[in-house]
Design a protein around this ligand. Structure first.
Ligand code: ATP
Ligand code: PRP
Length: 332
């Protein structure tokens, strides 16, 4: 099969090819009924039931492909989009300084966020040895910083250096032409080892549970970016209607994962109190029961709140409380 020709007319959808976001992204695709078979070692898969092709790429590269409009939509981390944007800003500053800038450089690029996907949550944090001499981010000015997020780290320390000099920073354009006193060292993985091995005085890396940080004898002193996985699109996708369809399907899956359906019976006299406990996403559905003076209520409730909600319903006199998983939703 000529794979490149078979991409014709298909919306290109970038998915992380490995790492922390891969499995949750695949689960979302399955929930959205995006059917495909990925051949061994191939990074492109044609979707069987929709005019879409999936492109499996490193999470860090997805903002570049989407931002340049080569791929229409993608799933990646918000941190990766921020890092990419910071890199684009750095190039623009350098071009302006070297007078290579032209109005073409201003053409709209970058990605738009469609949805927060609710997984892959963590923080990009500045970390230092827990028992070391550095207590604040300012203590690291002029020192060595190890990171995979070189552009975000450079902007962070550029701002810090300017503020230390008493210069007000109103945009990242203020960093133009400045040489950082802090040395940003690019590392592609196992960044936590850099302090112990003497390569860096501090690091900028992701923290979720904090286990990796703790095991490396580090502590976090500042947060650069809070992140989670997002669905992004290019500024001018090839098929906007298909983008909307995918966004609606994925949104339906996320909502279904976040909520359960709570059903119960309650005396009509207690209905007001009960619906305060379960107001639903828009409003609860109330139907009358054959038994006089009683109603049945069903309402969507956030999964993480369901136990106290059941306690409170019991207190206001609800009975026959059922909690049902929601397989999928639309329009909620
Ligand atoms: N511990 C974590 N908890 C939650 N999300 C994470 C965590 N680590 C990374 N992520 C998210 O997953 C994205 C990809 O990180 P991951 O380390 O899986 O990348 P990768 O593609 O395997 O690259 P690398 O080879 O550099 O590890 C990150 O940008 C971040 O958004
Ligand atoms: O706070 P924690 O829950 O310990 O998670 C943080 C770790 O997770 C990520 O790395 P990952 O395990 O994906 O491997 P990597 O270092 O190869 O990127 C990140 O780079 C941290 O090292």
């Amino acid at each position: 099969m000529d794979l490149v020709n078979s991409l014709e007319g298909r919306l290109l959808f970038a998915v992380p090819k490995k790492g922390r976001l891969l499995q949750a992204a695949l689960n979302l695709l399955e929930g959205a009924d995006i059917q495909f078979k990925r051949e061994n070692r191939l990074d492109i898969a044609l979707v069987k039931n929709l005019p879409i092709a999936l492109v499996f790429l490193p999470a860090a590269d997805i903002p570049t492909f989407v931002g340049e409009g080569r791929v229409d939509i993608g799933i990646t981390g918000y941190d990766q989009v921020q890092e990419h944007d910071a890199g684009v800003r750095a190039i623009a500053r350098a071009r302006r300084m070297s007078n290579e800038w032209s109005p073409k450089d201003e053409k709209p690029r970058g990605c738009d966020t469609i949805l927060d996907l609710g997984f892959g949550s963590c923080k990009l944090q500045i970390q230092v040895p827990a028992k070391g001499e550095y207590q604040t981010d300012k203590d690291l000015i002029g020192k060595n910083i190890g990171t995979s997020f070189v552009h975000l780290a450079s902007e962070y320390f550029a701002r810090l250096e300017l503020e230390q000099e008493g210069i007000k920073v109103d945009s990242t354009a203020s960093y133009a032409g400045r040489k950082l006193r802090t040395k940003i060292i690019e590392l592609s993985g196992s960044v936590e080892a850099a302090c112990a091995l003497g390569v860096a005085d501090g690091i900028v890396d992701l923290v979720e549970s904090g286990e990796t940080m703790k095991a490396a004898g580090l502590k976090a002193i500042e947060t650069v970016v809070e992140t989670s996985a997002i669905l992004i699109k290019s500024k001018a996708p090839s098929n906007p209607a298909m983008v909307d369809l995918i966004a609606a399907r994925i949104n339906g899956v996320i909502t279904a994962q976040k909520y359960v359906l709570c059903q119960y019976n309650v005396p009509r006299a207690q209905l007001v109190d009960a619906t305060k406990v379960t107001p639903g996403k828009r409003a609860p559905t109330v139907t009358s029961l054959e038994e006089d003076g009683w109603v049945a209520v069903s309402a969507m409730v956030e999964k993480k709140r369901i136990a106290p909600v059941m306690d409170d319903l019991t207190k206001v006199g609800a009975t026959d409380i059922l909690v049902l998983d929601i397989h999928n939703t639309r329009g909620s």
